[in-house]
Ligand binder design. Structure first.
Ligand code: PEP
Ligand code: MG
Length: 549
């Protein structure tokens, strides 16, 4: 048995085989062949193999999430039967004597472009699917079988590092847990892992390629992974995992109950989400609303800048499904660790202190307006809050509101319905915003404390830099003071104040936040019920020195 340690970002246990994850790198040379026949045959074999893979995924998805969620795999299979698409690839092989992989790359890319050029937003969005299927076919042709990415069995995925864009694309039904050599606890990959309820170990320096296929237990409680564990360990950790499942089932009894302390103070507990795919988790965990919809994941999930229509559909789906619950959608917070090729952002020396979030939106007005118009149109379908990220000044808030008003007028002139009850808020995630909270509160309906960035900027500790974790202190008095100042300033000006950073789910601070007067905590969906349990056990009428029973 080998034991490797790391830093755990979720208390939980995953038991299963290890799968080493290596993102495929395509290197397709433009070589010509004398005889096209073998290339046609190779293409056909790859096509059939990918069809089979998609069928397996389809069957799994139907079982796990129903027909609607599985429909995407059906679409992939249909595509692999589409005569026009297949002819496009075969013609490149037969007429131009190119290799099967070269022909597949160009055939699928041309078809994806055709989808992209269509007027219907549904078909435009399918362009990414065409490329995905094309990549699967090319992977098979290059011997980078997509099986080697996640396999067909649920497994514990081991990787050097995972970018947020890679993590969102992983097939969750095949994931038991994740282990990376790099990564930090407040990186977006870690946040995603928490929201996916995946035991995850980061900074595991001993990962090794020869773990591939070995049986292992990821023990999130003890921040380690056991490779080929002893039978005693398998027995005791299986028992512990079953106990976790039992406790989770017990939490279900808190559904429908209020988030009220023993002495009668009620606060709101909302959920953080990354897109329409997380709405089910909001409902299952009985969150009262969404306190943070990180809209940039709609952008990260797309291979091109999403159109107003594509965004409108995503926001509408969330608002409509959750109505009348409040859904706070944060405008795009791209930059820093969340980079997207199509945004063409220059490489920077200090990306966390650089061109990100509202700075990009205010510099690229068309880009910003596209999102604001989509949000305003979607507002007609539910209860919307709009929140601006990385604010440091009154000037920025006023400019955001002016552009929002400009969009509202445009839409009204176009005869489109827009709600007149949209709440406007800002993230308080820079020391500047916390210090100027009195002035900022005059401009908005609510504040949401982004403690991940607030901690990063207050302590001057790059949240992406794993080396700095020993210097970081998530309970640093300076951060707690800023939280208190922000809550008090907000309340002085009639603004409600929530916390949507990871600290909101830290139950060792729940009583402190309640005593500070926080109005809302927004946490990953699976933390909603555990947080409710803690809130219901707190008695604020007791002397804080005595603690709660
Ligand atoms: C935060 O900074 O606390 C926050 C909620 O935003 P993000 O983690 O997406 O930067
Ligand atoms: Mg932030």
């Amino acid at each position: 048995m080998q034991v490797a340690t790391g830093s755990s970002i979720l208390n939980g246990i995953a038991i299963g085989k290890i799968r080493i994850y290596k993102a495929p790198k395509f290197e397709i040379k433009e070589a010509l062949v004398d005889d096209p026949a073998p290339e046609l045959e190779r293409f056909e074999q790859a096509r059939v193999k990918v069809q089979d893979q998609q069928q397996v995924l389809y069957d799994k998805a139907v079982k796990a999430a129903g027909e609607e969620s599985a429909a995407i795999f059906q679409f992939h299979m249909d595509m692999l039967d589409d005569d026009d698409l297949l002819d496009a690839v075969k013609t490149i092989i037969t007429d131009q004597h190119h290799t099967a992989e070269y022909a597949a790359q160009h055939g699928f890319e041309n078809t994806a472009q055709m989808f992209k050029d269509m007027d219907d937003p549904y078909f435009q969005a399918r362009s990414a699917d065409v490329l995905d299927v094309g990549n699967s076919v090319i992977s098979v042709l290059l011997g980078l079988d997509t099986d080697s990415l996640q396999g067909s069995e649920p497994s514990i995925l081991v990787a050097e590092d995972l970018a947020p864009s890679e993590t969102v694309r992983l097939d969750k039904s095949l994931l038991l847990g994740m282990i990376t050599r790099e990564g930090s606890s407040t990186s977006h990959t870690a946040i995603l892992a928490r929201s996916m309820n995946l035991p995850t170990l980061i900074q595991c320096k001993d990962i090794s390629d020869d773990w591939d296929g070995k049986f292992a237990i990821l023990d999130g409680y003890n921040s380690c992974v056991y490779i080929e564990p002893t039978q005693d360990l398998i027995d005791s950790l299986t028992k512990k995992r079953n106990e976790d499942l039992r406790q989770e089932a017990l939490l279900q009894e808190l559904k429908g109950k209020t988030n009220t302390t023993i002495d009668g103070k009620t606060i709101k507990v909302y959920a953080n989400i990354g897109g329409p795919q997380d709405v089910g988790a909001v409902q299952v965990n009985d969150a009262e609303g969404v306190g943070l919809f990180r809209s940039e994941f709609v952008y990260l999930n797309s291979t091109e800048d999403p159109s107003e229509e594509v965004q409108f559909q995503a926001y509408k789906r969330v608002l409509e499904t959750l109505a009348p619950k409040l859904v706070i959608i944060r405008t795009c917070d791209i930059g820093a660790d969340k980079t997207i090729d199509y945004m063409n952002l220059a490489k920077e020396e200090n990306p966390a202190l650089g061109f990100r979030a509202i700075r990009i939106s205010l510099s690229r007005k068309d880009f910003f307006k596209r999102q604001l118009r989509a949000l305003l149109r979607a507002s007609a379908y539910g209860n919307l809050g709009i929140m601006f990220p990385m604010i440091i000044s009154l000037r920025e808030v006023r400019e955001c509101k002016e552009i929002l008003e400009e969009c509202r007028k445009e839409l009204e002139a176009e005869g489109k319905n827009v709600s007149d009850k949209i709440q406007i808020g800002i993230m308080v995630e820079t020391p500047a915003a916390a210090i100027c909270a009195d002035a900022l509160a005059e401009e908005v309906d609510f504040f949401s404390l982004g403690t991940n960035d607030l901690t990063q900027y207050t302590l001057a500790i790059d949240r992406q830099n794993a080396k700095l974790e020993p210097f970081s202190d998530t309970h640093h008095p300076a951060v707690l003071k800023e939280i208190q100042m922000t809550i008090e300033a907000g309340h002085r000006h009639g603004c409600w104040v929530g916390i949507c950073g990871e600290l909101g789910a830290d139950t060792t601070l729940t009583e402190t936040f309640l005593r500070m007067g926080v109005d809302e905590l927004s946490v990953n969906p699976r933390s909603v019920l555990p947080l409710r349990k803690v809130i219901r056990s707190i008695d604020l009428s007791r002397n804080p020195e005595e603690g709660n029973a």
